[in-house]
Design a protein around this ligand. Structure first.
Ligand SMILES: COC(=O)N1C[C@@H]2C[C@@H]3O[C@]2(Cc2nccnc23)C1
Length: 130
């Protein structure tokens, strides 16, 4: 119904702003685009569902998310993939794991700081009845 579409439109505007802020942050450059499988030939052997901030943004525009929880599930997927593919004690792996944890904390903090919990409840109700 029309109010529901207004709510989901507002959610998309809100999520685009969060996604843009994360993608602008130089700390997260390694998460902004899909891992290049030419450069990293074994990536898809280990990571079954790649995810990145550019893909996240396109999913917003395709109306893939009807509540912030669904958006954060894809943020968590980016983080999980980075922790799984880069598990070693090396400085590079530790660095990317640290950045992945920072990405998660920043995303959750933006949502909490800027999203009214009643608004998210309304979005969940729309999701759950669809
Ligand atoms: C989210 O990003 C990642 O999980 N990775 C893992 C890959 C291994 C390493 O760093 C990545 C890209 C890369 N390209 C060329 C050579 N080595 C690398 C980024």
């Amino acid at each position: 119904i029309c109010q529901e579409e207004n709510t989901l439109r507002e959610l998309r505007i809100f999520l685009r702003d969060i996604c843009a802020k994360l993608a602008r942050n130089k700390q997260f450059f390694m998460f902004t685009k899909p891992v290049d499988v030419e450069e990293v030939p074994d990536y898809l052997d280990i990571i079954k569902e790649p995810m990145d901030l550019e893909t996240l943004m396109s999913k917003i525009d395709k109306h893939s998310y009807i509540c912030a929880r669904d958006f954060l599930d894809d943020i968590d997927l980016i983080v999980r993939n980075a922790l799984e593919y880069n598990p070693d004690k090396s400085a590079e792996d530790k660095h990317i794991r640290h950045r992945a944890c920072s990405l998660r904390d920043k995303a959750y903090a933006f949502i909490k700081a800027e999203m009214d919990s009643d608004f998210e409840d309304t979005c969940r109700d729309i999701r759950d009845k669809r």
